[in-house]
Design a protein around this ligand. Sequence first.
Ligand SMILES: Cc1ncc(C[n+]2csc(CCOP(=O)(O)OP(=O)(O)O)c2C)c(N)n1
Length: 344
Amino acid sequence: MSGEMKIHLFREMVRIRRFEQTCIKRYSQGDMGGFLITTIGQEATSVAIRSVMTEEDHSISGPRGLGLALASGMSMDSMMAELYGKAGGCNKGKGGVFSMMSPKHHHWGSYPIAAAQTPIALGFGFAMKYRGGDGVAFCLMGDGAMNQGVFHESLNLAGLFDIPVVYVVENNNFAMGTSVERSSAFKDHLAKRAEGYDIDWDVVEGWDLLAVREKLTEARERAQRLSRPTVLEVQTYRFYGFTVADANHKVYRSPEEIEFHKEHRDPIKLWAEVLKSEGLLDDRLETQIHKEAKQEAMAAVSFAAMSREPRKEEIIEGVYWECDHESEASEQGRHFFNDEKLPR
Ligand SMILES: Cc1ncc(C[n+]2csc(CCOP(=O)(O)OP(=O)(O)O)c2C)c(N)n1
């Protein structure tokens, strides 16, 4: 990897952290509603995923998806405005943290329903293969989502039909406030469950950017060359609660545990140390990168604040294809359930 690329990856992780830190401040001041789900402490996974993807590939995530959306190339402006519920947002302010998507960037959102993204990723992989392309689908999810039935259905089909999909499971030890020990009957590595579907699996320390990138590169090659899926378990830790409003996160985890991870397993700190040891980064450049990311986030706050509110008449636009396109159903005003036998 070139020095330039190494600095780029550092910058991308810092941009995620500074963006999310800024979001936390604005959320605490009541500028945005709903939930705020951050990836602080887990930035290496998202940056590594997008760094191995080619232009043909597609990505999708669960609700902990701000990092992947930003790493996909989406602008801070469009994401901040979305969180503010403003018309300038990537989904015109209708989705918030659960709809960080941009088809242009081949990033298909941050699905709130646990594991809902897993069959969609499977579909992307299937479609790309069916059309004869070389693309690979990357699906980011949490350890809790692994216990959903639909994930296992997806794995079964991925293994059976040789689908080029990579399931990246961020195991941050907790699903909301429930630890993996209390939620998984299987006591070995979570990714090992993939063996039940004849799928290759691996585990990697998520605070080591380079290691995550290497494992993802292997998985991508397997998907592209052999059209075989992978389940990669990335061991991570979220520095904040399940959402920013999770007041109990210092109850179900000890403050010492949180401090340990901040001190020893911060992917940004660790990557900075590597870059410094290689002479690629010094304190001045490090400060500058942080400063620029902070300024970019602050500019996004101004953009979001200035962006207009969505109008009432726009509420259904862009929600259902049927509502946006001329059809018999839209003329009748009955988009769904058109069966005559159904009660009107
Ligand atoms: C089908 C379904 N059940 C329950 C929920 C409520 N819920 C939201 S997130 C979550 C846990 C997610 O844990 P994990 O997948 O480990 O992701 P993390 O938040 O730790 O990144 C649950 C149970 C949901 N969104 N969808």
